[in-house]
Design a protein around this ligand. Structure first.
Ligand code: NAD
Length: 286
């Protein structure tokens, strides 16, 4: 039976460390880490995420600015706010909540953010740094996945890692991060054939497809580490991951639950990135 990785507890430990470090930074250098969050429109899930981010900023003794903009805000208006935030010395991190309304090009918006303040790690500069193995800001969810494994003393170097999903925000960046940490990495997607043959090779299996409980016990090898990134809301209101938790639990060595696994790590990593930007201590590649 697998060890269940308690992402909620690990994220809370990190938030406590971030708060302590933020208070030290204020005392030592008079710097208060500042995060600006832009929300455009009324997407209900985005509103919830934004509220969690605001609360985390307060708890970590950060300064935060929120911009809640109407659905019909123009690209020009958003770009003007980003330019102002790029110059604002009190702001070290800028986050634009995705998805944006259809009339706004997310690439244009992300590329307007100063890469040093791109705490989401989505700017091509930061993606390029990740690609070359010399990363600067790393995307929060993939970074959180590695942090969960590190804090659970799970070895990465030399392991066969399989990722199901190749999105720009989870699958691809986590693949690069694992490669940079010397795993042997395979990335699967909707066109992958005989998926279970590939997933059964995994010593570390990362499910990030957004398909409820698609990873069954017969797709997993004995003793594999299972990281479930999926968050799927079922018709009855339950949240389930991409992994059939109760059956895979029996075969795995480690497993993350949904909720309470990878989910809480994303905000924790956002605050870590903002703290690093504020202190000028950018993370070194491990
Ligand atoms: P996405 O829809 O952008 O990408 C899904 C990927 O999975 C695609 O590359 C697709 O090819 C692949 N895929 C889909 N069905 C598949 C199948 N049957 N077999 C093989 N590959 C398949 O999704 P995303 O934004 O990467 O998110 C993935 C999941 O992770 C979602 O459930 C999302 O809610 C969740 N998520 C969680 C967090 C968090 O915990 N903080 C953050 C981001 C995303």
């Amino acid at each position: 039976m697998a060890v269940i990785i308690d992402g909620k507890k690990i994220a809370q430990d990190i938030l406590d460390e971030v708060r302590a470090e933020a208070l030290r930074l204020k005392e030592r250098a008079g710097i208060i880490p500042g995060l600006a969050v832009l929300l455009v429109g009324n997407d209900p899930a985005s509103r919830i995420y934004i509220r969690h981010k605001e609360n985390a900023c307060k708890a970590a003794a950060f300064f935060s600015r929120e911009f809640k903009l109407s659905q019909d805000t123009s690209e020009k208006e958003i770009l003007a706010i980003i330019r102002e935030l790029n110059r604002d010395k009190k702001i070290h991190g800028i986050l634009v909540q995705l998805p944006l309304p259809r009339h706004i090009n997310p690439t244009t918006i992300i590329e307007a953010i100063d890469p040093r303040k791109d705490v989401d790690g989505f700017h091509p500069y930061n993606l390029g740094r990740l690609f070359t193995g010399n990363s600067y800001h790393m995307a929060c969810t993939p970074k959180g996945i590695l942090e969960l494994m590190d804090r659970s003393s799970i070895a990465i170097e030399g392991k066969r890692a399989v990722i199901v999903g190749r999105s720009n925000i989870v699958g691809k960046p986590v693949a690069l991060m694992l490669l940079n940490r010397h795993a042997t990495v395979t990335v699967c997607h909707t066109k992958t054939q005989k998926l279970s043959l590939v997933t059964r090779q995994a010593e570390i299996l990362i499910a990030a497809a957004g398909r409820p409980e698609m990873i069954r016990a017969n797709m997993v090898s004995d003793g594999a580490v299972i990281i479930d990134v999926g968050i799927n809301r079922m018709d009855d209101g339950r949240l389930v991951g991409d992994v059939a938790f109760s059956e895979v639990l029996e075969k795995a060595s480690y497993i993350t639950p949904v909720p309470g696994g990878v989910g809480p790590m994303t905000i924790a990593m956002l605050l870590v990135n903002t703290l690093n930007a504020a202190s000028g201590q950018m993370p070194k590649q491990k």
